[in-house]
Design a protein around this ligand. Structure first.
Ligand code: PHB
Length: 374
C-alpha cells in the first residue's frame, strides 16, 4: 500500500556528510553570476550578504563565480577575491550565512578568453591556452557599452602558467580568510580551465596541450595548489563535459572527462559537480547518460548533478543512486525558501530573466517566501 503522507521528494531530505560539514538536505544553491558587487573594486556588499543568507536553508551554497585576479574578470560587476576589501566584503557574506544556519563555498574563477580589453588592467588582450576567438560569444563590459564581441585572445606562454595557478592558490587562501567553508574550482562553461581541457580551444603543442593528460595538466596543477590551503574534502570542482556555452567543444568528452574524474578521485576532493548539459539547460536530448556513466565508473565520491532539474527528477535520481546532491540555479534565484517549498510540495515563484544580471534588490533579495506571499 502506498503511504499517502509520504513526501514525494523524500530523497532530497536525507542529510549528507561532506568533510567536516553535515548538509541537512540534498538541495544545493548552484553558483550564479548576479553582477551586483559594489564599485569601484568589485567588492561584495550587505545586499549580497542578505541574498545569500536568505538561501541558507539549502544543504550548501556555492557562491557566484569570483575572479581570483583582475585579469580573470569577464563581466562588469562580478566580485573578486584578490583584494583586502573583497575579503572583508565576503566576510560579511559568510557571517550572514553562518548566522542564518547555512554553509557556503566560494567558487574560484578565471574567465580566460571570455573577456575584453575594456575589462582588463592596462586594456590588454585577455589570455587563453591558444589564440582562438570564441566565435559568436559576447561579454558585458559596462552599462554604457552593454554586450560586445570578444576579440581573439593572446595565447599564454608556458612560463606564465604557474603564475595563474598561484593566483588560484592565493584565491583559496583568501577564501579561508573570508570565512568560507570550502572552495569550488570552476572548471566548467568555457572559462579558462575548460579552455585548457577541451580540444576545440586548446591547440597547444607543449606540455599543456595535445594529449588528454596534457590538456588536464593545468587543472591538476590547480587542484594540487588549492590542496596546499584546504583539506581535500573542503575542495570541489565543477565541470561541463558536453556544454557548448562560450563556444567550447571537446572532440571526446567521455575520454577527457573520465580522465578528469580519475584525477578528482585520486585527489580525494569533497564532491564533483557536473553540469549535465549546457549552461542554463538544453535537454532536448536528455542528460548525457553515457558521459555520466563514464565519470561515475572512474569516480566513487560524492556526485552533484546540475542542469534544469525539477524536485521530482532530483529526488528520483538521488533515490536511484544516480547522484548524491543536485544544485539548482534559476529556481533558487526566484525562491529563497526552495527547500521548504520542495518539502511542502508547494508552488514555486517564477524567475524574471531580465533581473538576473546587474541592478539592485529587485529580482535579487525581493522574491517572497511562501509565508510572505500568503
Ligand atoms: C555568466 O556570467 O554568464 C556565467 C558565469 C559563470 C558560468 C556561467 C555563466 O559558469
Amino acid at each position: 500500500m502506498t503511504n499517502v503522507n509520504k513526501n514525494p521528494h523524500e530523497a532530497l531530505f536525507n542529510p549528507l556528510s561532506l568533510g567536516p560539514l553535515t548538509l541537512p538536505n540534498r538541495v544545493v544553491m548552484a553558483p550564479l553570476t548576479r553582477a551586483r558587487a559594489s564599485q569601484p573594486g568589485d567588492v561584495p556588499n550587505a545586499m549580497n550578504a542578505t541574498y545569500y543568507a536568505q538561501r541558507a536553508s539549502t544543504g550548501l551554497i556555492i557562491s557566484e563565480a569570483t575572479q581570483v585576479t583582475p585579469e580573470g574578470k569577464g563581466y562588469a560587476f562580478t566580485p573578486g577575491i584578490h583584494s583586502q576589501e573583497q575579503i572583508a566584503g565576503w566576510r560579511e557574506v559568510t557571517d550572514a550565512v553562518h548566522a542564518a544556519g547555512g554553509r557556503i563555498q566560494l567558487q574560484l574563477w578565471h574567465v580566460g578568453r571570455i573577456s575584453h580589453p575594456d575589462l582588463q588592467p592596462g586594456n590588454v588582450l585577455p589570455v587563453a591556452p591558444s589564440a582562438i576567438k570564441p566565435e559568436g560569444s559576447k561579454v558585458f563590459v559596462s552599462a554604457e557599452s552593454g554586450m560586445v564581441d570578444i576579440p581573439e585572445p593572446r595565447a599564454l606562454k608556458a612560463e606564465e602558467i604557474p603564475g595563474i595557478v598561484e593566483q588560484f592558490r592565493q584565491g583559496a587562501e583568501n577564501a579561508k580568510a573570508a570565512g568560507f567553508d570550502g572552495v569550488q574550482i570552476h572548471a566548467a562553461n568555457g572559462y579558462l580551465i575548460d579552455q585548457f581541457q577541451k580540444s576545440g580551444s586548446n591547440h597547444r603543442t607543449d606540455e599543456y596541450g595535445g594529449s588528454v593528460e596534457n590538456r588536464l595538466r593545468f587543472t591538476r596543477m590547480i587542484i594540487e595548489a588549492v590542496k596546499q590551503v584546504w583539506p581535500a574534502d573542503q575542495i570541489s570542482i565543477r565541470i561541463s563535459p558536453t556544454g557548448s556555452f562560450n563556444s567550447i567543444h571537446d572532440e571526446d568528452p567521455i575520454e577527457t572527462f573520465s580522465a578528469l574524474a580519475r584525477i578528482v578521485e585520486e585527489a580525494g576532493l569533497g564532491y564533483l559537480e557536473v553540469v549535465e548539459d549546457s549552461f542554463q539547460g538544453n535537454h532536448e536530448n536528455g542528460r548525457p547518460e553515457a558521459v555520466i556513466d563514464a565519470i561515475r565508473a572512474a569516480y566513487t565520491g560524492i556526485y552533484m548533478g546540475n542542469g534544469n532539474y525539477t524536485a521530482e527528477e532530483a529526488a528520483q535520481r538521488i533515490a536511484a543512486g544516480r547522484c548524491d546532491l543536485v544544485s539548482f540555479g534559476r529556481p533558487i534565484i526566484a525562491n529563497p525558501d526552495l527547500v521548504e517549498r520542495f518539502q511542502r510540495n508547494a508552488p514555486l515563484n517564477e524567475w524574471d530573466q531580465s533581473t538576473f544580471y546587474g541592478g539592485a534588490e529587485e529580482g535579487y533579495t525581493g522574491y517572497p517566501t511562501l509565508a510572505e506571499s500568503q
